[in-house]
Design a binder for this molecule. Sequence first.
Ligand code: ATP
Length: 369
Amino acid sequence: MAQIKLDQLAHSYYPNPKTAEDFALKEMDYLWDDGGAYALLGPSGCGKTTLLNIISGLLVPSRGRILFDGEDITTKSPEERNIAQVFQFPVIYDTMTVAQNLEFPLANRGVDRGEIKKRVDEMLDTLDLGAKANRRARGLTADEKQKISLGRGLVRYDVNAILFDEPLTVIDPHMKWQLRTKLKELHQRFEHTMIYVTHDQTEALTFADKVVVMYEGEVVQIGTPEELFERPDHTFVGYFIGSPGMNILPCEVDGHTAVVAGHAIALDAEYHASAGARLELGIRPEFVRFTSDTQIGIPVSIESVDDVGRHRIAKVLLGGHAMNVIVPEGQLIASTDHRVALDPQRCAIYANDHRIDAADIKQGLRHDY
Ligand code: ATP
């Protein structure tokens, strides 16, 4: 297992990149812990595969270095890096049996027979493939084949890292959950450094200790699932994490007050934003509630209310800005004069998409909520 350092790393697919837009990966500097489980999460085209391929050695970055345990491996081949990689679609030998497929990476590296048997049996058991150990891979379902692919990556114990590129795409939804849980278990047991690429927040949040959120070629935040929910550093993180995501409303800020579409909203602290910045107020739908209190309630119009089982989600318009409100079970929504209150402690202020810190949180006025 290895610690992975990205040292001023950047990549452009163009030979002579000029502007920031020419870079599929903008400059990044990070240190990822030995034995950590990381998920690279972001929408299509944000650079996840580019970064994964640089780590695995399929791609040489146009700028910067990559180090495993302090050793510069930027120009080393995937084999020399000693990593295992699991792709979106199964990479297995169809004519071999399930057990032979799992043995192959170990036999190739000269591991002794006894150890191979032990590890293959363990992996067959882990992946519930024991009953099919002696079946040829050719006749198996797509799910089963992908499980073999996962097994071929996980069966090796000497790897610096295991990289997964959307490995559960072909797996059926029920099995997805089982395999994710399995991967997490295996990580806890063997403490491999694992990097898992996905555009699915549930996959990222359930698998990883740390989620690396990417947007337009940049890492916008690295955090635990709780940190990403509680304290999104970037509007994209707020919007992308959560169901539904954070409400992001254009605003002006004056000390302890934000003004959205002419309505004053109390903040928990005082903010100073530099002149000319594009300001937005972010609040998760969980922390907005309907109220009849005309002192703190801001008038809204209701567009729709959807019952999603555990609660309802009301889509409202606040001075023309759409926002979501999570309505807990049992809470009534008035038939007229709709107003919402925003929890001041849960309001975040963003300048040009980046969260800004409050100037004096301790002395901040507490408004009744
Ligand atoms: P997806 O989830 O769709 O795979 P991604 O987040 O993995 O997306 P990348 O595949 O890394 O994103 O692509 C990042 C950017 O680089 C995109 O704008 C893409 O069009 C561009 N790109 C990727 N591969 C190449 C290539 N071989 N040549 C030129 N541009 C590329």
